[in-house]
Design a binder for this molecule. Structure first.
Ligand SMILES: C[S@@+](CC[C@H](N)C(=O)[O-])C[C@H]1O[C@@H](n2cnc3c(N)ncnc32)[C@H](O)[C@@H]1O
Length: 314
């Protein structure tokens, strides 16, 4: 029997909804719904821009007094604890009621709380008439330090998309080998390194390659970057991420894009590609099938990116 152990809550705006759903399909094999997901798969919230927090379930019940009795029976005695109420969609309880629930739990944990500097945060929530209690792990947002990376350029991808691309490529396996094959100044690599992914990069433009090295060194990440055309990379990877060059409307660039995709298909059976144009034909030409897809619109603009997940056909 499958036991759901973790509750995830999400935060994203309308332009990111499709991307967040694609990311959750890849990490959890299912889509978040109403910014909520329950799963047996454990993922660090900070590896995603969209996962707000994870509740590691200790106890659950449809019957609230039974939940309280069960928490009491566990004799939890952690000094410096704090309890938070997770408001999930469909939970109609009023503020005063939620406060009472927090007090109930506080009385089950018979030690001193610490609201400002807690050693552990517990959480309680109600979803579809079931009460859940557990340890709450929040997205630490430390990755936002990458906003101040020393080198950036006009083609750099947004950090939220960069994080999602790494997760879409790696799926639930943080150890899978990834190549950011058009790494530019390393925006995607920074997110992979932060999350502990096994990621390398390459770019054939010396200036941006140097910038990627500088950015990685700035945060003391030791991932390898190759100053190379992707066609000269021979090592195989579990997945290749391609944030394709944009100026795709000239014939020369179309040929270049096709070369890049062909070269990536030679070294991996899984490609995660970002483009502004339709890649359907190119994907079938290399003998791959599209396994997932989404569009990400840029906030307050007509610009949109397409994200293509494809796999080699057996
Ligand atoms: C859209 S930019 C990638 C931006 C990057 N994700 C970032 O945020 O910095 C595309 C990159 O592909 C690189 N590129 C183009 N053709 C390439 C090739 N054949 N092999 C490797 N890199 C290539 C370009 O130099 C450029 O840096």
């Amino acid at each position: 029997m499958q036991i759901n152990k973790y509750i995830y809550s999400f935060r994203y705006d309308n332009t990111e909804s499709e991307l967040c759903k694609l990311e959750s399909r890849c990490i959890f094999n299912k889509e978040e719904k109403n910014k909520f997901l329950i799963s047996e798969i454990k993922a660090e919230p900070s590896r995603s821009a969209f996962i707000k927090r994870r509740l590691d379930i200790i106890s659950f019940s449809k019957d609230y007094p039974a939940l309280i009795a069960d928490i009491k029976s566990k004799k939890i005695r952690t000094d410096g604890f704090k309890i938070e109420y997770l408001e999930l969609k469909g939970d109609t309880s009023e503020y005063a009621e939620r406060l009472e629930k927090l007090k109930d739990i506080g009385f089950c944990i018979n030690t001193f709380p610490d609201y400002y500097n807690p050693t552990i945060i517990y959480g309680i929530c109600c979803y579809e008439d079931v009460w859940y209690f557990g340890v709450l792990i929040k997205n630490n947002l430390i990755w936002e330090k990458h906003k101040q990376k020393p080198r950036s350029f006009s083609n750099s991808i947004d950090m939220n998309i960069a994080k999602a691309l790494v997760n879409i490529a790696a799926q639930s396996d943080i150890d899978s080998s990834l190549l950011d094959a058009c790494c530019g100044v390393g925006t995607i690599m920074l997110e992979g390194c932060f999350a502990g992914n096994n990621i390398e990069g390459c770019d054939n433009n010396y200036k941006v390659y140097r910038s990627a090295l500088e950015n990685l060194a700035h945060y003391q990440y030791s991932a390898k970057v190759f100053y190379s055309d992707i066609k000269d990379i021979k090592k195989r990877y579990d997945a290749v991420i391609l944030d394709l060059p944009y100026n795709m409307y000239s014939a020369a660039t179309d040929i270049e894009i096709s070369h890049i995709i062909n070269a990536a298909a030679d070294i991996s059976n899984r490609l995660v590609m970002v483009s502004i144009s339709d890649l359907t034909n190119l994907i079938s030409n290399i003998g791959f099938k599209l396994s997932d897809y989404c569009i990400v619109n840029k906030r307050a603009s007509n610009f949109s990116r397409r994200i293509w997940v494809c796999e080699k056909m057996e």
